[in-house]
Ligand binder design. Structure first.
Ligand code: OFO
Length: 180
């Protein structure tokens, strides 16, 4: 695009966030592979699915930068963190990654507000809503895990939870306005 409609500072911040979304995908990818290796097929399917969601987020930001006359830069993605200890640890870590990412999204909202860049402010609202949904989703899975792992010897709760997650939605059921 010939005319640039975002500031240099916003372009840089959006580029950083684009790479951050790619990192989120790396995290889900590595945890999914770990779960698969540890025979949690359902959880791993869920996590692979979520990896795709994060890649879509990355692409959404890339398109926005370019559509607004900026220049999306594909940069190196940090290595995924170490494997979790167990499923409970995996879920806790994912929630923390999501909460950290929500803070990064807030930086875009704050800068857009400061610059009165209402187009980017509007664009970022989709991500604000998405982060609420993701935090809710992961929190609800943690609740299920806590229930399932109160296992008495020989019960099959964890097995059933894993089986259910294979078909779980990638979105939490919360009201969402048209367009977001
Ligand atoms: Fe990109 O939504 Fe989670 O992090």
């Amino acid at each position: 695009m010939e005319t640039k409609r975002i500031s240099d500072k916003m372009e840089k911040l959006l580029n950083t966030q684009m790479t951050r979304e790619a990192y989120q995908a790396q995290v889900y990818l590595s945890y999914a592979s770990w779960a698969e290796v540890n025979s949690f097929a359902g959880i791993s399917t869920f996590l692979y699915g979520h990896m795709n969601e994060e890649r879509e987020h990355m692409f959404k930001i890339l398109k926005y930068i370019n559509d607004r006359g900026g220049n999306a830069k594909i940069e190196a993605i940090d290595a995924a963190p170490a494997n979790p200890k167990d499923i409970g640890d995996c879920l806790k870590k994912i929630l923390q990654h999501e909460m950290d990412n929500s803070k990064e999204i807030d930086k875009i909202v704050n800068l857009a507000h400061e610059e009165k860049d209402w187009a980017t402010f509007n664009f970022a609202q989709w991500f604000v809503q998405e982060q609420i949904e993701e935090e809710t989703l992961i929190n609800s899975i943690i609740d299920k895990y806590n229930l399932a792992s109160n296992a008495i010897k020989g019960n099959t709760n964890l097995y059933e939870m894993d089986r259910d997650l294979a078909n779980a939605s990638q979105e939490a059921e919360i009201p969402r306005e048209e367009g977001f």
